[in-house]
Every structure is written in structure tokens, then in C-alpha cells.
Design a protein around this ligand. Sequence first.
Ligand SMILES: *[C@@H]1O[C@H](CO)[C@@H](O)[C@H](O)[C@H]1NC(C)=O
Ligand SMILES: *[C@@H]1O[C@H](CO)[C@@H](O)[C@H](O)[C@H]1NC(C)=O
Ligand SMILES: *[C@@H]1O[C@H](CO)[C@@H](O)[C@H](O)[C@H]1NC(C)=O
Length: 519
Amino acid sequence: MLPAMFYQIAICMLFCGFNFIVSSCHQTDILNILPNQVSSSSNFLFGTSSSCYQYEGAILSDGKGLNNWDVFTHEAGHIKDGSNGDVAVDHYNRYLEDIKLMEDMGVNGYRFSISWARILPKGTFGGVNMAGIEHYSKLIDALLQKGIQPLITLTHYDIPQELEERYGGWLSSRIQDDFSYYADICFKYFGDRVKYWTTINEPNLMAVRGYREGTYPPARCSGVFGNCSAGDSEREPFIAAHNMILSHAAAAGIYRTRYQKRQGGMIGISLDTQWYEPFSNSSEDIAATERARSFYVNWFLDPIILGRYPKEMVQILGSNLPDFSKNDLSKLSYGLDFIGINYYTAKYIKDCLYSACEHGNTWSEGSYFVTTEKDGVYIGQPTEVEWLFLYPQGMKKIVMYMKDRFKNTPMVITENGIAENDNLKPSIADTLNDIHRVNYMHSYLNSLANAITDGADVRGYFVWSLLDNFEWLDGYKLRFGLHYVNYTNLQRTPKLSATMYKQLIYNFKIQLETNTAQN
Ligand SMILES: *[C@@H]1O[C@H](CO)[C@@H](O)[C@H](O)[C@H]1NC(C)=O
Ligand SMILES: *[C@@H]1O[C@H](CO)[C@@H](O)[C@H](O)[C@H]1NC(C)=O
Ligand SMILES: *[C@@H]1O[C@H](CO)[C@@H](O)[C@H](O)[C@H]1NC(C)=O
């Protein structure tokens, strides 16, 4: 059990504006008014997020084919601790136990991804694996039985290895047909019960890591960008991205024309976002900040929602940016129903186009310098995650930015979270007493509530992540879970944040009501 003191301090912090030292806080009263099922009282989705490669394990069970991450993690040198997702947290076999954990938290949503190679071991070059279909069907039913809405990601970085080998994966326009064939199968078998779909998780990160830096599969890059055996860092990211955009469009088209009317769900895409703050108020830095937004997030959302690439990209990249044909443009008209936002942290942006930067992003990256520090002060409090600085106000800012640019298209926060680092925090007691995560969620959720009060159409919030899991290049050393996983016996233990999630949801609703009353 967790020491009661931690629990009380955390509750106190939530309800006394963090002035728990000046203790006018009556914990017991607060515990008494805690409703049991706060989340069932509205349609707003509160949940946790996961992805197949980071969770499932069962690498070859029941006819699953190999995917790009299965192959990549088995090549030496890619993953810091030499680990892989062969077993991960064995969610494939333990999903019922994991749904029980969700039930205990009182949430009404669960975001997970389907393993493409589990459904289509060889993409369109082989048959449908019915055992894979059955697995996800059972998972969906078990969630719904507990009143938990599934939000399904069709691909969370993983593609069948066959497609990589046959035609170079995302670099080929053939992937559009493969992806839409796969999406169609998922809508057909699961869409009667699933009301929230996203096509691709973080295509912007995938394009950058896979084809510019070469740090994610297929590990392609060139020149100053990294040491890869092949690639073209200045062109390939845009080609891969173009195919991701059109794959989304093709899948959205299938959903909208063949399934949506009957099934009544929504389809979107999840982008990796960071809040970019100008380094100074110079017009150059302000323009560079807007350029950074265009070169990272608007790169995908502008074509999908507005039907064209952002003007900053067109100006700088010229013919390096692929064109949309007439046929592409008609596909793009299917757009999306909601924007999935993954938000964790913020960066400063400094111009490198009009003023020389000692080092900064190259022209093909938009010519700006990214930093987390100004005059020796960090943009937000550092955390145990190297790239994550606390910047809760950015939650409201990114949501309001999307609201203004995309005419208040509905939004879902598909990821937000923080980790403990085993290298810095080896004691399990410290990891379980994750007050830092409770505070993080509290402050980011308050910022989100303020955005909603100011008119943003946000439909849900999914914290990354339900369980500690395989954190890509960091292996198992970063623990993003609301539940601790012992990687020896795979036992799950709730952290303080898991037991507090109900309280955080309740607090979020109070914050919304208070805001409304004040307006
Ligand atoms: C590539 O490898 C060489 C030799 O190991 C090293 O000096 C260089 O810094 C590496 N370049 C990048 C971009 O990682
Ligand atoms: C830029 O100007 C705004 C509004 O005057 C101010 O709040 C902000 O602190 C300034 N930022 C910088 C980096 O000077
Ligand atoms: C994890 O499980 C193993 C095997 O049961 C056990 O020996 C170990 O103490 C556990 N570790 C923690 C941190 O609980």
C-alpha cells in the first residue's frame, strides 16, 4: 500500500492550490465527496493510452507477421538497453487484467493500436489472419462490457516488414493501397462497436525519425543528419509524409463513404505536438516560430484539413515538396472528424533564415534553432525525461492555436504524460509515489479546462500511459505508466497517480464549472 501521507498531500495539493503547507485543507471532507463514477456523467472521454508494439509482446503468436520494429530492435545498437518488444508487457495475454485496472481507475476510454502485421502478416501480399481479428474483437467487447470506449489507432509506427522489403514502405505510393485495404478490414470487423478511430500516430515524428535522422526504422538518412547506409534526409521525409497524408485520406474516404453513416463513429489522426514559444519578440523569431509550427504539425494538418501544404513549406522547399494531383485533392476532401493531439512539452524557436545561427536546422527543416534554454533559464522545470520540461500552459496554447487555425475542429488529447527514469530513480517506492505525475496531470488538465472554457471543442483526454512499457529507443528505462510493471514477473502495481485519476477527473470538472460560473 502507498503511504497515506503521500495520498493526503497530493489531495491537499489539488484542492488547496498547492498551498498545502498552509494547511487549511480537510482531506477527509474531500474524500467523502469523491464520486464513484465521475467519468460516466458526461461524454467527455477520460482514459489511458497504449500502443501495440510497446505493450503486446506475443511477437509470433497466433499467426502474427513480423513488422518493422520487430526487425529493427533485433539489430544491434538501436535500443539503449539492448531490449525489444518481443514480450513487452504481455498485454496480448493479460488484457483482461489490464481492463480491470482501467475499471479501478474509473475511466471511460482506452486508446490502443492494432498491430497491422497481426491482421495482415504480409499486408496485401497474403491473407487476413483471423486469429488477429478475434483477439481485437475480444478486447473491444471486454472494454465495452466495462463501459470503456475504445479509441483505436490503426498504426502506431508499425508496418508489416513485408511492405518495407517489397517496395520501401512509406516511400512508395503503393503503401496508400495497402493502408486503405488494412483500414477497410478494421472498419468492417470492428466498426460496429468502435466509435473513435485515428489512422496514424505521429506521422510527423515517423517522417523525421525514420527518414531524416534515421533513428527509427527504416533508419534512412544522409549527410550531416546521421550515419545511415542509405537515404536522403533532405527529400525522403517529405515523400514519406506525402504518402502518410494520402494514406490517411484514403482510409478516411473509405470510412466516410462506406461505414460512417451506418457505424456512426469519428475518424482522425494524431500528431506529435510541442508548444513553440518565440525566443524573442523580434519579427524574425516570431516568423520562425510560425515556420516551426508549419514544418512540424501543419505539414500534415494543413493538407488534410485545408487541402494544401503550409505556405512557409512551399516557399522554402519548392520542388522538394511533392505536389497533390487533382485526384489526390479529391481524396483529401475527406479530411477528418477530429484532431488527435499528443502534447508533453515546449521549446523556444529562434530564426536562422535572416540571422546566422551557430547551429540550427538546415533549410529543409525550416531554418530555425530549437532550444529549451534562454539566458541560462529553462523554458520549464526539467524532469527525469531529458526532453520533457514542464509547460502546462502550453496545453491551452496548442489547443487554442488548433482551434483558430482549423475552425474549431473537434480535438482529443490522445497523449499527455511524464516518466520516471530507472537510471535516476532506482527505488520502486519512489516510482510508486509518483506525486510528480499527479501534479503534472493536474496542471495540464487545468490548462485544458481553461481552453475548453474559452470555446475549444475538446472531446477527450488520454494520459500516456496505462502501464510502464517499452519506450522505443529508451527501452524499458523510462516508466510512463500509471501502473508500475515489474519486468521480471510482469506484475502490475498501481502508482499513486492511478489511484488519484478519479480525483483528477473530478477536479477537472470542478475547474470547468468554476470557470463557467466566473464567466
Ligand atoms: C558518423 O560517424 C562518424 C564516425 O564514427 C562520426 O565521427 C560522426 O560524428 C557521425 N555523424 C553523425 C551525424 O552522427
Ligand atoms: C513579447 O511580448 C509580449 C507582449 O508584450 C510579452 O508578454 C512577452 O514576455 C515578450 N516576450 C519576450 C521573449 O520578450
Ligand atoms: C519483481 O519480481 C521478482 C520476481 O518475482 C522479484 O524477485 C522482485 O523483487 C520484484 N521486483 C520488485 C521491484 O518488486
